[in-house]
Design a protein around this ligand. Structure first.
Ligand code: RB5
Length: 149
């Protein structure tokens, strides 16, 4: 599985740890930056990861910023992206079971490396339940179409 990862300066250190962890688990990682703690703009990195997932360059994505909010807002602007900001394993699990999330987002301010590894494990190994949940996702697609410019 190819995992696209990205962060702004607020998530840079955690992203580096996530990369090492994913590679140790034999995932192929595409790192879309940022590459240092120098201040950058989170939408630049949220867009790169969301685009990679939406266009099939990666099967799933991981985004990090300080709060996780900016990356969530950014990624969810890209049609086909279902980005889930998660704080715990239960949210990570349900983001897949019910929402078929294709990007998971973390706020570095509110979590730590161990917690993130646990959430990633659950996120990457849980499938989508389908059924009534697919009907709900179809409604989100209709919303995307209705507001398409
Ligand atoms: C950067 O200071 C901060 O605003 C950013 O990392 C993120 O939390 C935005 O939502």
């Amino acid at each position: 599985m190819i995992v696209a990862i990205g962060a702004d300066h607020g998530g840079y250190e955690l992203k580096e740890a996530v990369k090492v962890y994913l590679e140790s688990k034999m995932y192929k990682v595409k790192d879309y930056g940022t590459d240092s703690k120098e201040s950058v703009d989170y939408p630049d990195f949220g867009l790169k990861v969301a685009k990679a997932v939406a266009e099939g360059e990666a099967e799933t994505g991981i985004l990090i910023c300080t709060t996780g909010i900016g990356q969530s807002i950014t990624a969810n602007k890209v049609p086909g992206i279902r980005a889930a900001l998660c704080l715990n394993e239960d949210q990570a699990k349900f983001s897949r079971l019910h929402n078929n999330a294709n990007v998971i987002v973390f706020g570095a301010r509110y979590t730590d490396e161990d917690k993130v590894k646990e959430m990633i494990d659950v996120y990457l190994t849980t499938g989508f339940d389908g059924g009534r949940h697919q009907r709900r996702l179809d409604k989100i697609v209709e919303i995307e179409k209705r507001y398409k410019k």
